[in-house]
Write a protein that binds this ligand. Structure first.
Ligand code: FE2
Length: 428
């Protein structure tokens, strides 16, 4: 009698894409809007080669690099190819093995574009996933910024849940850049091995995806790790100082370049400001150490204030909250607060959908809270030009309705300063 396993084995051979088939294909910006990294994973050895071109019938080969890594007994080969100096406003095709993809580059006159921003999206209960895929493929936004807590978790079940998540998102992240920063769920007790090896973020900071910056049109984007603080006891504090020193220099240079790039937008996982029932992340020790520093560790908020950071995004708290301009617990309310803001404007957008629920708002919002919602959803940021940026909160619960929106605008050359911060109210 023939073994049933033989039949299953033969069936698998003919139906499986193959163990070394490229999967988890995704894009990211590299050193600028027209340098794109293409990344994918195989489970067997493979050459880091793809072909690309502006026509699917005429493509050239490019060879990249392979990083082989082992996590809990599973070997993965992360391949990456950098496509440099792409032509603006062009359709590109790329092929890895027998898989063909395409994407469109941003225009040369890059004054306006749209970004999908969210944190905290998992495989299970990923309420926003299909909306993000559908609208990303439809061109409703030009790239994605995921501010930490991916997959829940990238490393779960020997990393297989991370594989599943990246394959789930592949239809959209193989077509538009997917920019990420680490959250607490990226701590795999192996010093963020899964996070470091699965992505290729701009090589302008830590060079391991933890912190970096990139100029895209009128916005200087900066991604930071709040997890250096969160896991300082586990991994030591040297990265906190390295990041801080890099940030002070980076923001100083960005300020000197304001005439060309007038906006500074920062994204990080844990928020400076929020108002939920369990407030440790919003006002207590964890928050204080992140904003102010403690025990000899440098805090981050003073640099944002001093360098006139315009916009700050955070996740971690599974809700949406728009803040009034706020600096060191001093907040500025009013109908004109978002024109020439006198302090950074923060958005909490951690409600994309993850496995854990039960987040509760505090009975009363904090005084710097302008609007809050616990609907599932994500933020769409429209950079309109050098002086205007629009923010919309999309609710999945309400069939993609816009449940909050605001324009943040400033006159040419506006930067907030200590001198401007005179009429605010201080929260203690
Ligand atoms: Fe988190």
């Amino acid at each position: 009698m023939k073994s049933p396993f033989l039949f299953i084995s033969v069936l698998f051979t003919f139906t499986s894409p193959g163990f070394c088939a490229p999967e988890q294909v995704h894009l990211a910006f590299y050193t600028g809007p027209w340098d794109i990294s293409v990344s994918w994973i195989t489970f067997d050895t493979a050459e880091p080669v793809l072909s690309y071109g502006t026509s699917s019938s005429s493509m050239q080969n490019v060879t990249g690099t392979t990083n082989t890594w082992v996590f809990e007994g599973i070997t993965r080969h992360s391949h990456a190819v950098i496509l440099k100096n792409l032509e603006p406003s062009n359709q590109y095709y790329y092929k890895i093995e027998n898989r063909l993809f395409n994407f469109r580059t941003l225009p040369a006159n890059l004054n306006s574009y749209k970004v999908c921003v969210f944190g905290d999206l998992g495989v299970y209960n990923g309420r926003s996933t299909q909306s993000i895929i559908k609208n990303g493929i439809a061109g409703k936004f030009d790239f994605i910024v995921h501010i930490g807590d991916l997959a829940y978790d990238l490393h779960t079940n020997h990393g297989k849940l991370g594989d599943q998540y990246m394959n789930l998102l592949e239809p959209v992240i193989s077509k538009i850049p997917y920019m990420v920063i680490a959250g607490n769920h990226e701590n795999d007790n192996a010093n963020f091995t899964n996070f470091k090896n699965r992505f290729v973020m701009p090589p302008t900071g830590s060079d391991d995806n933890q912190f970096y910056s990139i100029d895209i049109g009128p916005v200087h984007w900066v991604g930071l790790s709040t997890e250096y603080y969160g896991f300082e006891a586990q991994y030591g504090n040297s990265s906190i100082f390295t990041q801080y020193n890099w940030l002070t220099k980076n923001l100083k240079e960005a300020n000197e370049n304001r005439a060309q790039v007038p906006w500074i937008a920062l994204f990080q996982h844990r928020p400076f400001y929020c108002s939920v029932e369990l407030a440790a992340d919003c006002t207590l020790y964890e928050n204080v150490i992140l904003r102010h520093g403690a025990l000899g560790l440098p805090g981050l908020e003073a640099e944002y204030i001093k360098n006139s950071v315009d916009i700050g995004f955070a996740g971690h708290i599974h809700a949406y909250e728009r803040m009034w301009p706020v600096a060191d617990l001093k907040y500025y309310k009013g109908p004109n607060a978002y024109h020439n803001p006198v302090a950074p404007v923060y958005f909490l957008t951690g409600s994309a959908g993850c496995h854990s629920s039960g987040m509760k708002f505090s009975p009363l919002p904090m005084p710097w809270s302008a609007h809050r919602s616990d609907d599932y959803g994500y933020t769409v940021m429209t950079v309109a030009n050098q002086t205007h940026i629009h923010f919309e909160q999309i609710s999945i619960d309400k069939n993609e309705a816009v449940i909050d929106e605001v324009w943040v605008s400033k006159d040419v050359g506006h930067r907030h300063s200590e001198e401007m911060r005179i009429d605010g109210e201080k929260f203690y």
